[in-house]
Design a protein around this ligand. Structure first.
Ligand code: SF4
Ligand code: SF4
Length: 230
């Protein structure tokens, strides 16, 4: 049973134009540094999430029915219901990873440096957690918990200009996701929502989720994403 106070995102990938404003806004709000990277042949940079980067816009090039498509995927923690990373952490250090009961936001604390990082990362169906090799702290998107507590919109949503990022109560976001799914299916019949009944961050994928990224939805294969109707 999801409480009315629980927060959520609806990320409409049919509207993402890969400006990367969300990625930059996230890094600025969290006063994160940059880790030197190399050009890897496309616009994706950094090439992966890292302990200083909680959100990365992934780029994939695909061809469907002889038509080229560029798939953009602004990736972040899904703030899972009954978060598997927290269940793993609780086996080692109680309280290292917690879920705020009011909002459902999954928070990594200072105690994460006492955890087995590989076990936490493997527990995450979306391959999200990253570790600072010096401090051993494990990090990820905190859903801008400080902003949310002060009734502010998360930084990445605040900056999004295209209508891709949406924020509100989980219930509102699920309703919006289902409404947009109906609309988007007219142009993209295979569109689906990614695990909408298991996470607070709901993506709408116009194309098969695993074409965006191998960990885009939990489990493997097309059956893991769900088409959900209110
Ligand atoms: Fe934890 Fe991964 Fe779920 Fe985020 S997406 S709450 S890191 S299990
Ligand atoms: Fe970054 Fe906040 Fe967006 Fe999470 S919610 S990706 S921490 S800006």
């Amino acid at each position: 049973m999801v409480a009315d106070t629980e927060k959520g995102f609806f990320i409409d990938l049919s509207r993402c134009d890969a400006c990367r404003g969300c990625q930059v806004a996230c890094e600025q709000w969290h006063n994160q540094g940059t880790i030197p990277t190399k050009q890897t042949g496309n616009n994706q940079n950094p090439p992966d999430l890292n302990y200083e980067c909680y959100k990365v816009v992934r780029f994939e090039e695909k061809v469907y029915n002889n038509k080229f498509e560029w798939l953009f995927f602004p990736e972040q923690c899904r703030h899972c219901f009954d978060a598997p990373c927290q269940a793993q952490a609780d086996l080692e250090v109680e309280g290292a990873i917690i879920t705020d009961p009011a909002t459902g936001i999954v928070i990594y604390t200072e105690k994460t440096k006492e955890l087995d990082f590989e076990a936490v990362r493997e527990a995450c169906p979306y391959n999200i957690p990253r570790q600072d090799p010096k401090t051993k702290l494990i990090s990820k998107c905190d859903l801008c918990f400080d902003r949310v507590q002060n009734n502010m919109v998360p930084a990445c949503v605040q900056t999004c200009h295209s209508g891709c990022m949406n924020y509100g109560s989980y219930k509102e976001m699920l309703a919006l996701a289902n409404k947009r799914l109906e609309e988007v299916k007219k142009d993209y019949p295979q569109a689906v929502l990614g695990n909408p009944d298991a996470v607070h961050i709901i993506y709408l994928f116009p194309f098969p989720p695993h074409d965006y990224y191998e960990y885009a939805v939990a489990d493997s294969g097309e059956d893991s994403s769900q088409t959900s109707f209110a």
